[in-house]
Design a protein around this ligand. Structure first.
Ligand code: FAD
Length: 617
């Protein structure tokens, strides 16, 4: 068999791998996506939902760079809800529950539409290298594929081990073989690996649930798509049921907690604090008045229900007992037991901001392998790694995002500068510039950069350019339209009678004012497209805050632009403590902004570093 050559090889067809392969191919790289089974490309391993608080921002950013997650979620979404709607738009969280099958098929179709992308079925067992330069990968079948850039996105599969009570099954997720061999190859590069765990609840038979006993949660009446390219959501929308654990549920779990894999000392990996198992909730938060459970149908023509909130690694018979103590679930049939899974991850401090492994040419890592949890976190990293793999193959420098321009930038900076002690997930609170990093303006923030990189297709580029022109001209117009307090009052927009003329833009900066108010004062504004009007109104609302934030953003950007050479000699920095010299030497931050976020770095230490860099580089 003759050896096959590609520009980029992506290993893994999960959320990171699909975005990585799609991005690399959009950039013009001849790309191979190698995964165990083509039919499982785009599978959601756990909860059937995309987006949420912080995570929804990531989906919008992936979409702004022409990624596929947002479009697939729009096709597969069966319960769109805008979370946090009562709070300001900066922290709104677009979310949809997804029909698993529709989502997976949408991902597969979107990938098949991309030229230069070939799916190869098989398990990768080794990396082909020449010293510290990656050359390709070897497959279980014995075949070897070659490329100057390889992106590993193995998810929960690296030495994956499932636990159900005291049963242990070697697997990447239920019913699928783990990936063995690659961890040893990664360790042979001197990389530090660790062990993490995550868990999933049992799956229930919809027909055996007493829905009449449950509270119902409906979808939003006006579903807002994730993707800039989607005009409207056409997939039917469904409701979820809501129930709660009872004191009897808690008693059963407490009585059996020693049989839970997580509590019997069988699992060494650390689990996600923000996605706790039901055992964790009962041990840490006690009984309360019960823990809420959302009963989420997994599809329009699927009888499987995902009980969100009760992931567990208790033995099967205990799972059945405690689940049947929950209102509405007294007679439920369990289709698949819940389980916990442990897997290897690579300490992400060994990566640079482009998600390339430091000191190894051509190796990129993205997704759960970097210690994150969640589809959105994985997809966003995949996109960045795919772009950079394609750039490396084309002989170009790596690119990165900044904390000041995106949640992707926040996440990658957090991972590479601080590492992870537990599975990392995104929250809006992680982004210090969240007033400017909103889900509604992801396109304005990132699509122009995506166009300049070449990862945004022509169709989106055209549509975006047109949208931006309209948005900017409406924003400019709002600054020019002014009216006196009297004129406003006669249009039923009462404001302070101080005689001062105000612009339409200023009126919209008041939180209690909206587009219909200004359209009464200036009737020509009624003709503005609703999508543009909403976006511009939000820009006006945040305008004042953003001006205040811009000085901070500028100072971070200037620190980010001050690069630190990879071989910088920290020992030569007299005045710096030995502890800091060791930390800086081990982490090798890429720029001053990253160095300043290392634990223990004081303003004085940063000043010393900057002074030295100014003099010597
Ligand atoms: P995955 O989606 O795991 O995809 C990995 C892909 O790589 C698979 O297609 C696999 O076949 C392929 N692959 C792996 N190794 C090889 C190889 N050597 N050769 C070829 N192909 C390979 N996230 C949450 O946000 N909340 C949760 O509560 C949650 N619970 C979870 C519970 C369980 C049991 C599991 C398994 C996952 C859970 N997740 C949860 C995590 C979520 O599924 C992942 O974060 C997300 O899927 C990671 O995406 P990924 O692309 O990194 O990897």
């Amino acid at each position: 068999m003759s050896a096959r050559h590609f520009d980029v090889i992506v290993v893994g067809g999960g959320h990171a791998g699909t975005e990585a392969a799609a991005a690399a191919a959009r950039m013009g790289a001849k790309t191979a996506l190698i995964t165990h089974k083509a039919a499982t490309i785009g599978v959601m391993s756990c909860n059937p939902a995309i987006g949420g608080l912080g995570k929804g921002h990531l989906v919008r950013e992936i979409d702004a760079l022409d990624g596929i997650m947002g479009r697939a979620a729009d096709e597969g979404g069966i319960q769109f809800r805008m979370l946090n709607r009562k709070k300001g738009p900066a922290v709104w969280g677009p979310r949809t529950q997804a029909d698993r099958k529709l989502y997976r098929l949408a991902v597969q179709r979107l990938l098949s539409d991309i030229p230069d992308l070939e799916v190869v079925e098989g398990g990768v067992v080794g990396l082909i290298r020449d010293s510290s330069v990656i050359k390709g990968v070897s497959l279980e079948s014995g075949e070897e594929l070659f490329a100057p850039a390889v992106v590993l996105t193995t998810g929960t599969f690296l030495n994956g081990l499932i636990h159900i009570g005291d049963r242990k099954i070697a697997a990447g997720r239920v019913g699928e073989e783990p990936a063995l061999g690659l961890s040893a190859d990664l360790a042979s590069f001197g990389l530090k690996l660790g062990r993490l765990k995550t868990g999933t609840p049992a799956r229930l038979d919809r027909k055996t649930i007493d829905w009449t006993a449950l509270e119902v949660q409906e979808a939003d009446a006006d579903p807002i798509p994730f993707s800039f390219m989607t005009d409207a959501i056409v997939t039917p929308q469904i409701a979820c049921g809501i129930t709660r654990t009872t004191s009897e549920t808690h008693r059963i779990i407490r009585d059996n907690i020693h049989r839970s894999a997580m509590y019997s000392g069988q699992i060494e990996g650390v689990g996600p604090r923000y996605c706790p198992s039901i055992e964790d909730k009962i041990s840490r938060f006690g009984d309360r008045d019960g823990h809420q459970i959302f009963l989420e149908p997994e599809g329009l023509d699927d009888d499987t229900v995902y009980p969100n909130g009760i992931s567990t690694s208790l033995p099967e018979e205990v799972q059945e007992q405690f689940i049947r103590s929950i209102p509405g679930l007294e007679k439920v049939r369990i289709l698949q037991p819940g389980y916990a899974i442990e897997y290897d991850f690579v300490d992400p401090q060994q990566l640079d901001l482009s998600l390339a492994v430091k000191g190894v040419t051509g190796l990129f890592l993205a997704g759960q392998i970097n210690g994150t949890t969640g589809y959105e976190e994985a997809g966003a990293q995949g996109l960045l790694a795919g772009i950079n793999a394609a750039r490396l193959a084309a002989g170009q420098e790596g690119i990165s995002f900044s904390r000041t321009d995106s949640y992707i930038g926040v996440m990658v900076d957090d991972l590479t500068s601080r590492g992870v002690a537990e599975p990392y997930r995104m929250f809006t609170s992680r982004a210090e510039y969240r007033l400017s990093l909103r889900s509604d303006n992801a396109d304005m923030r990132l699509t122009p950069f995506g166009i300049s990189l070449g990862c945004v297709g022509q169709e989106r580029a055209r549509k975006f350019t047109n949208y931006r022109e309209q948005r900017e001209s409406v924003y400019a117009l709002l600054g020019e339209l002014t009216a006196s307090p009297n004129e406003m009052a006669s249009a039923e927009v009462p404001i302070n009678q101080d005689g001062r003329r105000r612009s339409a833009r200023e009126i919209l900066s008041y939180p209690d004012r909206n587009w219909s108010d200004i359209a009464r004062v200036w009737p020509e504004l009624r003709a503005v497209d609703a999508k543009i009007a909403e976006a511009v109104a939000i820009d006006c609302l945040y305008h004042v805050y953003l001006e205040r934030q811009s000085a901070d953003v500028e100072s971070v950007r200037s620190e980010e632009s001050r690069a630190i050479p990879l071989d910088f000699d920290y020992d030569s920095l007299s005045g710096l403590s030995n502890e800091l010299k060791l930390k800086l030497g081990a982490q090798r931050p890429q720029n001053v902004a990253q160095a300043s976020r290392i634990e223990g770095m004081t303003p004085a230490a940063v000043a010393l570093l900057v002074a030295h860099l100014r003099k010597n580089t």
